[in-house]
Design a protein around this ligand. Structure first.
Ligand code: PMP
Length: 460
């Protein structure tokens, strides 16, 4: 790490403390110490303003920097593009916008159109708006409800919070938007039915059907789900779940919206999480890993069938998708995304993710044998969670302060790990891991060894 003098650092810390309102932070206790200022990143590692080196086991805290830090080829692609053309609103085309759309669609059989925005929340909002407009165009406004699942997360805007399955994140922000309806989660570890494996998966999917029948299938327009619930605790639905979900959507003519904001772009060892389950989505939303955090980009991908509905009655000026996202016209996003995709392909990062994910899961399962506090180890590819419980039979979550102590101990050892969302028992007790897809066996072992030591320290 270089380039930041001690004077600079104290000024930066002062400026941060005086003026930055941080995400997800209660500032009262936070102000007692100095904020962690991250100044540099290279590969799997970042350095803070004190010069301390960390291995980043969560790719920028929220599972974003899929190809790792310090990629000069992405920086060059962005620079070359913005020197030529930085921006033009999305009613016109741009070279990187067209080329990235073509490359992305080539990886998504059945899909055909890419709508550009800037973030995961925004990508999801666009899909919700498309569903609502289809309801108006085709069903007199009736088939407008959007189903979401308990524990899933789709964003921080009022619309996406209305589809938010993590109650503590939405409870203080009402009134929320009407027309969003929850379906039960599909987490076998905290089972709602006395079943296991495939039977559990099928039952959890049938619970969705029950909600559809209760609401009236002619009122339900779409079902929005994460392939693997991310911030809600790394929940991988059991075998049998997805096949039944697809059948239910087909049976009741319900559009399937898969939120790949976290799982997309290689995170689980395939380009998209839904590929593991043979789904035929109508909407796929992507953001974080699309440009690995080198530029802001979110996309809503849909089918020609959906797209065609917006070409109906072309003489009616109200009939097209009346939406714009100013910065969806920035060319840096797709330019970075093209190079990001090339890196994933040329460096074989999908295969690496599968191999390193298997190694990491085996290591985490090993921790289960060693530490009674580990109730469950789960995940897919390089997206993994370790659920900590005070008692393996009752599955009583460990106190939040203990989770914080493990995270802090790992940080002291130079390893940044994550934890699931706070404040609701059963949601806040999962350690989370999502290293960059370039991770080596040594990186993986360094991360899990530090968790091993932290668990011994905190729980004995
Ligand atoms: N969907 C999922 C599954 C997410 O995890 C997130 C962000 N954590 C979002 C959507 C929202 O993305 P953004 O923060 O870019 O709006």
């Amino acid at each position: 790490m270089d380039g930041v003098t001690e004077n600079d650092i104290s000024h930066v810390i002062e400026a941060d403390k005086a003026h930055v309102w941080h995400h997800l932070v209660q500032h009262k206790p936070f102000e007692a110490g100095d904020p962690r200022i991250i100044v540099e990143g290279k590969g799997m590692r970042v350095w803070d303003a004190t010069g301390k080196e960390y291995i980043d086991a969560v790719s920028g805290a929220v599972w974003t920097v899929n190809v790792g830090y310090g990629r000069t080829s992405i920086a060059d692609a962005i620079r070359d593009q913005i020197v030529k053309l930085n921006y033009f609103a999305g009613a016109a085309g741009t070279v990187p916008g067209a080329i990235f759309a073509e490359k992305l669609i080539a990886k998504m059989p059945g899909m055909s159109r890419v709508y550009y925005a800037n973030s995961g929340s925004e990508a999801n909002e666009k899909a919700f708006k498309m569903v609502r407009q289809i309801a108006h165009k085709r069903y007199g406004g009736k088939k407008h409800k959007i189903l979401y699942r308990e524990r899933d997360y789709h964003g921080g805007t009022i619309g996406t919070m209305s589809a938010g399955g993590q109650t503590e994140r939405v409870m203080q922000y009402g009134p929320l938007a009407p027309g969003f309806v929850a379906v039960p989660h599909a987490m076998e570890y905290r089972a709602q039915w006395d079943l296991s494996g495939e039977a559990y998966g099928e039952r959890a999917a049938e619970a969705i059907e029950e909600v559809i029948l209760r609401e009236g299938p002619d009122t339900v327009g779409a079902l929005c789900l994460e392939p693997i619930t991310a911030g809600g605790g790394v929940i991988v639905p059991p075998v049998g779940y997805w096949q039944r979900v697809q059948e239910i959507c087909d049976r009741y003519d319900i559009l399937l919206h898969i939120d790949e904001v976290v799982c997309g772009m290689g995170r689980t060892g395939t380009w998209f999480g839904y590929e593991h389950y043979g789904l035929r989505p109508d909407f796929v939303t992507l953001a974080k890993g699309v440009a690995s955090g080198y530029a802001a980009i979110g996309v809503t991908v849909t089918t020609e069938k959906v797209f065609d509905m917006f070409k109906d009655d072309a003489t009616d000026p109200l009939n097209h998708f009346r939406d714009i996202s100013t910065f969806g016209g920035c060319t840096a996003g797709p330019a970075a995304a093209i190079e990001n995709m090339r890196i994933i392909e040329d460096e074989g990062l999908l295969d690496n993710t599968t191999a390193m994910g298997a190694r990491m899961l085996a290591n985490l399962e090993g921790l289960m044998d060693k530490h009674r506090v580990v109730g469950d180890a789960r995940g897919k590819g390089l997206f993994l969670g370790l659920e900590l419980v005070a008692d393996r039979t009752t599955k009583e979550p460990v106190p939040e302060k203990d989770i914080a102590a493990v995270v802090a101990d790992c940080a002291a050892q130079g390893v940044i790990i994550g934890a699931s969302n706070r404040s609701v028992p059963g949601l806040n007790n999962v350690l989370m891991f999502a290293p960059a897809l370039i991770a080596t066996p040594d990186d993986i072992d360094q991360i899990t060894d530090s968790v091993d030591r932290a668990l011994s320290k905190v729980f004995g």
